[in-house]
Design a protein around this ligand. Structure first.
Ligand code: ADP
Length: 276
């Protein structure tokens, strides 16, 4: 789904003594069927930007285009709700939001909330649970009986079940072990590459994931866009990146030796930041 930010500014608590401009002069285009990675220090504006892209926040100035909808300062709440059907959000530690008595009910909750019948929602829920690798024998169990990694998968299935066109992932692997991290990242990629309708926006501190999966990297700094381009273009500007504390010399060297990323060839992009 095409998404764009046009001259976006966002200020928290306008008119109060705590007024804080979190983003300004943001101009960005997210092409349909693209994998965008947002990087930047804490406080650089990443969460604010993703909340603008899923209709949780409205810009103070400028506009956000999401598919054929435009969100401005005065956009009505109902239109923001419509946007949320198309843009799914996996928050950090999404398993903290599980609450139903069974796994199946939990996963079906999202689509039902968006107006789907129970039958249809459960069908979608089962498809999503299969995709994230939760066995059928567990569907009637409580999500709280599961391991941490499995709970995360159930929570992710809950977002996928609503059939979003764009998926926003905010540090989705936080707290998982290395294998669990890789499995979850691959799962999202699998979801993404199945259909040309789908896009991903990933917020991460993992440069290897940024390079491996991203078509486009956006580096935010103090509420503005510091750098943007393909992973190769961005990492090759290592000097500017290092100033933000985000890169290491070997990243630059490794990226220089990499082929251009193309879908289906992501294995060629596997590398490790700290190996020389
Ligand atoms: P990041 O996700 O990159 O850590 P944020 O978007 O959370 O950055 O924050 C950007 C800026 O906005 C920071 O200076 C932060 O302190 C401020 N901020 C974030 N949320 C709020 C809020 N609810 N009220 C006031 N200021 C906020």
């Amino acid at each position: 789904m095409y998404m764009e930010a046009k001259n976006v500014k966002f200020t928290y608590m306008v008119g109060s003594p705590f007024e804080k401009t979190a983003l300004q002069n943001i101009n960005l285009t997210l092409e349909p069927n693209s994998y965008t990675v947002l990087i930047g220090h804490t406080g650089s504006g990443k969460s604010t930007l993703i909340q603008l892209f899923n209709g949780l926040l409205k810009p103070t100035d400028g506009s956000i285009q999401i598919g054929n909808r435009e969100i401005k300062r005065d956009t009505k709440q109902k239109h923001l709700y419509d946007v949320r059907k198309d843009v799914g959000m996996v928050f950090q530690y999404p398993e903290h939001q599980l609450f139903h008595e069974t796994i199946l009910k939990d996963v079906a909750f999202g689509p039902m909330n968006f107006g789907m019948s129970q039958e249809e929602a459960e069908k979608r829920a089962k498809e999503s649970l299969k995709l994230v690798g939760i066995e059928e024998g567990l569907y009637e169990r409580s999500p709280f009986d599961l391991s941490g990694g499995q709970m995360r998968r159930v929570a992710i299935a809950g977002v996928l079940a609503s059939n979003p066109k764009t998926l926003i992932l905010d540090e989705p692997t936080a707290g998982l072990d290395p294998q669990g991290k890789e499995d979850i990242m691959e799962l999202f990629y699998k979801w993404y590459e199945v259909s040309e309708e789908r896009s991903i926006i990933l917020v991460t501190h993992h440069m290897e994931d940024a390079a491996k999966y991203g078509d486009q990297l956006i580096v935010l700094e103090q509420g503005g866009i510091h750098l943007t381009g393909t992973p190769k273009e961005v990492f090759l500007q290592g000097d500017r990146l290092r100033k933000t504390g985000l890169s290491q010399p070997e990243t630059v060297r490794l990226l220089e030796s990499l082929k251009d990323k193309s879908k289906g060839h992501i294995d060629t992009l596997k590398f490790h930041l700290n190996e020389t």
